[in-house]
Design a protein around this ligand. Structure first.
Ligand SMILES: Cc1ncc(COP(=O)(O)O)c(C=O)c1O
Length: 391
């Protein structure tokens, strides 16, 4: 079955819901049992079937089945947000005395969770160069349990050599978890590349409409799934049924939306690259991008999230440029139908490697508007900006 057909039918069981195409939204906390024997029997398999609202509902099970089919893993776990999926994975797979390797370009709250919470529980994190590749082997210690990757990074867009990292990690007994939100399961197949746990901030492209918080963790094996599911269930960060429903509804159109995000994003990126006031564009699908070769080898597409650097100019001018835009809203998210832009220079935190820019950095999420309108908007706002030409 081809990918777009799978997206439409994965996790869909109209026969079990009176023929309805979509699953009902189960509003449930309490689940009752017809007898003590049934209650005891259900307790033996707490994560299979309806046991209690927090452990999952038929709505969240349908979402998990669909995402798992697309990611290609053993089984998925839905969570209250993308960040809950990340922290739930880290908390489940690490214990006091363990060591984790975290990519230096990771989503900032992921970094903070390691530096603030994991540290407090006696788990040490070493941040590593996103471009390290098989060199990661030198950082793996006997107590290293997990290597976390995020590719491309959502602010600096460096592409990681995930097969090389996974090979080195596995050879030394460590697992690999990936934040796969940028590519979605459609543009990167994590389990074919050696990843053990793939995380989606489903809030972004899967929900796709900026109206729900949701995360999904997909695991390569039953053992890993059981470890993470038990831990997530114990910490209580389940996805609500309404959110799971919105995730499933968004998923059905993911293929069509991503095609448009990709096409428009590339059009904007190419246009910006040719603009004299733009110093550089960070988009792995542009042939001159340093990550292009790896992206081309491992990914089958690019979403519309990318970065760019303006030529050097004062901060007030950047603010005026951003305020002048009409079709781009200012917002710290992405994946929805509407275009967004944010300044990123001050948000880029690195500790293992340095990140150099001469001019201000910005990030665009390309929405589903007509790209020509978006370009006209950028053109108009750039016209009034005074930068050193060519950066
Ligand atoms: C790369 C990445 N991962 C994870 C998250 C967290 O997702 P959520 O906002 O659903 O917690 C975000 C949110 O911006 C993100 O950009």
């Amino acid at each position: 079955m081809k990918r777009d057909t799978r997206i439409v039918h994965a996790g869909s069981h109209p026969d079990k819901q009176f023929g309805a195409v979509n699953p009902p939204v189960y509003h449930v906390s309490t689940v009752t049992y017809p007898s003590v024997a049934a209650l005891r029997e259900a307790g033996k398999t707490p994560f299979d079937g309806m046991r209690y609202g927090r452990f999952g509902t038929p709505t969240s099970f349908a979402l998990e089945e669909a995402v798992c089919t697309l990611e290609g893993g053993y089984r998925s776990i839905s969570t209250a947000s993308g960040l809950a999926a990340i922290t739930g994975t880290l908390a489940a797979l690490l214990k006091s005395g363990d060591h984790a390797l975290m990519v230096d370009s990771c989503y900032h709250p992921t970094r903070r969770f390691c530096d603030e919470l994991l540290k407090r529980y006696g788990i040490e994190t070493t941040f590593y160069d996103p471009l390290i590749g098989s060199g990661i082997a030198a950082l793996i210690r006997p107590e290293t349990r997990l290597v976390f990757v995020e590719s491309p990074g959502s602010l600096t867009f460096e592409v990681q050599d995930i097969p090389a990292i996974a090979q080195a990690a596995h050879a030394r007994g460590a697992l690999v978890a990936m934040d796969n939100t940028w590519a979605t399961p459609l543009f990167f197949r994590p389990f074919d590349k050696g990843v053990d746990v793939s995380i989606q901030a489903a809030t972004k492209f899967i929900v796709g409409h900026s109206d729900a918080m949701l995360g999904v963790i997909t695991c390569a094996t039953e053992e890993i799934w059981h470890a993470i599911k038990s831990s997530v269930a114990l910490s209580g960060v389940c996805a609500g049924s309404e959110e799971a429903y919105l995730g499933l509804r968004g998923l059905r159109t993911l293929g069509a939306r991503l095609k448009q995000h990709q096409e428009s994003g590339l059009k904007l990126a190419r246009w910006l690259r040719a603009h004299p006031k733009v110093a550089r564009v960070l988009h792995p699908a542009l042939p001159e991008d340093p990550g292009y070769a790896l992206w081309k080898r491992d990914f089958s597409g690019a979403c519309g999230l990318f970065g760019f650097e303006l030529g050097p100019c004062p901060a007030e001018q950047v603010d005026a440029f951003l305020d002048a835009l009409e079709h781009f809203s200012l917002g710290y998210s992405w994946g929805g139908f509407e275009s967004l832009i944010i300044p990123t220079s001050t948000g880029i935190v690195r500790t293992a490697t340095e990140w150099h820019t001469a001019g201000p950095m910005l990030r665009i999420h390309t929405g589903l508007e007509d790209p020509d309108d978006l370009i006209a908007d950028l053109q108009c706002a750039l016209d009034s900006l005074e930068v050193a030409a060519g950066g």
